[in-house]
Design a protein around this ligand. Structure first.
Ligand code: PGA
Length: 260
């Protein structure tokens, strides 16, 4: 049985005051989801606040991005080593909003893929659990390219680090057309893609594929989490908007808890 994981991606939202309310609200109800893993991804400046609030709970934390370099003249970047200072366990890699920012810099697809694979490598060598986000764009979805796109992303990760590295990672299927749009993938659709992902990994290593956690992300809310999480290959969620509301986020965590 894979342990469900619910990850809250705050994106660039909040203040010290609103983060305190959010953290207090989640903490007060943490006993209602005791057997799942939960991780919060605040903007990096609020990491110490999250660390302090959550240090005695089972809730963990991490960052929304990490540098592919160790240290040096990389203005604005944060290294995986630095994350140890805040006891981070997780890091998000390749979120579509990050991929878009890179695309704006006109990086070609191969360069972008390499950077994401390097960040993944960096996280793993530093003992962090990367949550690698992959998903098709609305255009790719419309022309039925989902499996091509997802398959390509998985192949790159496996090619770059070997399939064994996936035993230290989590994958998140995040269809770009569902992120922040209120248009959630149906549980059946998400299950089909998750199962495709697991089978793709199983071709290289069936044992790792079986234990690999694959999250769904894209407009997950308190009222649609349960049918998604009840699918056999959906092991939890990566939550954006709904992770900013304590009660809503707790409802999602409880839906994951119900899977156990
Ligand atoms: P959303 O975001 O839940 O607001 O759709 C998900 C994500 O970007 O990870």
């Amino acid at each position: 049985m894979r342990k469900p994981l619910v990850a809250g991606n705050w994106k660039m939202n909040g203040s010290s005051a609103s983060s305190k309310l959010l953290l207090d609200g989640i903490l007060a109800q943490a006993k209602t989801f005791p057997s799942i893993d939960v991780a919060l991804f605040p903007p990096a400046v609020y990491l110490p606040q999250v660390q302090q609030a959550m240090q005695h709970s089972h809730i963990r934390w991490g960052t929304q991005n990490v540098s592919s370099y160790h240290k040096g003249a990389y203005t604005g970047e944060i290294s995986a080593t630095m994350l140890h200072d805040f006891n981070c366990n997780y890091v998000l890699i390749g979120h579509s909003e990050r991929r878009c920012l890179y695309a704006e810099l006109d990086l070609d697809q191969l360069v972008l893929d390499r950077i994401i694979a390097e960040k993944y490598h960096m996280a793993i060598t530093e003992g962090l659990t990367p949550i690698v986000c992959i998903g098709e764009s609305p255009e790719e979805h419309a022309v039925g390219k989902t499996e091509d796109v997802i398959g390509r992303h998985l192949d790159i990760l496996i090619e770059h680090q070997g399939v064994k590295a996936l035993s230290q990672a989590v994958l998140a299927y995040e269809p770009v057309w569902a992120i922040g749009t209120g248009r959630t993938a149906s549980p059946e659709w998400a299950q089909e893609v998750h199962s495709f992902m697991r089978e793709r990994v199983a071709k290289h290593d069936p044992v790792i594929a079986q234990s690999l956690r694959i999250l769904y992300g894209g407009s997950v809310k308190g009222n649609n989490a349960a049918p998604l999480f009840s699918q056999p290959d959906i092991d939890g969620g990566l939550i954006g908007g709904a992770s900013l509301d304590a009660d809503e986020f707790v409802k999602i965590c409880q839906a994951a808890q119900a899977k156990i």
